[in-house]
Write a protein that binds this ligand. Sequence first.
Ligand code: HAM
Length: 412
Amino acid sequence: MFKKIPGTKDILPKESSSWQTVEATARRIFSFYNYQEIRTPVIEEASLFNRTLGSTTEIVQKQMFLIQNQQDTYALRPEGTASIVRSYLENNLEKTNGFIKLYYIGPMFRLERPQRGRLRQFHHIGAEAIGSAQASLDIEVISLAEQLLKSFGITGYKIKLNSLGCPKDKQAFSAALKKSLREKLTQLCADCQLRAKNNVLRILDCKNEDCQKIVKTLGPEQTHICPDCLGHFEEVKRGLNDLGVSFQVDPQLVRGLDYYNQTVFEITHSDLGSQDAVGAGGRYNNLVGELGGPDLGAIGFAFGVERLLLLPNTLAVHPPKRLVYLITLGEAAKSAGIKILNQLRCAEISADMDYLNKTLKGAMRAANDAGATYVLILGDDELKKNTISVKDMSKSTQKEVALQNLTQELKC
Ligand code: HAM
């Protein structure tokens, strides 16, 4: 028998209603903030990600699902931001729309070592606002991320915030960090010894305890940030405070993708264990320019849906399900029943019936298992009288209803 690939998941019918609730809730909240949906292909040229995420990042070095054909190397998208900026430019949205607010929901792929909350195919619910460098947009995007969490019924999360400064500030900070780490290189983990050469900022958020101890002795402060970026960061913090969004400034938060600058944030939850980030994002002011477009500011974030669903209370917002289940007794009742079922469905009432020729007792059990709110019983007696028995499962009451009044009766 075939088995699914490690790190992938079947979303079975008993879970899919939670997915639908989360997705529908997200769409509703995005519409209040005037974000429009964008859907891009799951497959892109691999070089798009090398260029945007950075050739020395972990995703590009180790985690890309690559597909090689005769001339080209494609990749299953490891994230959505690069594809959306590619699409924004390819479809000339900067000319027709200029500033645009987009959201997306869909699968992403990373060749990681699978563990709880870390999959090879996972799903993002994300937003990207492209075309403005204003701090007011950072405030909107971060408060939107929090509003989504609240609407999913999630509490107990932490928002960590930092500013990386502009590319010049990042460069100056990297150089200073390299210098102060020179004496301590051999005490770092193997990954960080490589990072010291390629991507020194990532040492700051390494999870290895020894590396964290060393980083603490460096006491990274925001001294490397230029006055403009510092002013931007102050405005973001003030705006979030005004909206009552709680956050903690974490100078060690650097994020794993090269395209970030200025504001970065991560939302964590202690119930998630070692993979504790439920969502993350930040500004990427140089990405549009980097891909051949004009010099435009942009900011976004993405939540991992699987991680949202691992958290308690996510779906306190479950809509009550209403299902009518029809049981027919005998052949004549069965063909009449098929028509009744059709009428109910056309009247937008969820309805189902027994397809396994069960006995009355077995069919009642099936109705119960399906979570039916009403059971309809149609036998020869009822057929002769043009009526049907309607059993209210929550009240355990039963009455006979004229067939012509059935839809009306069930709609009330
Ligand atoms: P990211 O931090 O790589 O950011 O991913 C965002 C979220 O996706 C994470 O916080 C986590 O919840 C979830 N996630 C990531 N990898 C996995 C995995 N292997 N299994 C399960 N969940 C995972 C980005 O991807 C950026 N594109 C976010 C962004 C949008 N920044 C600006 N705009």
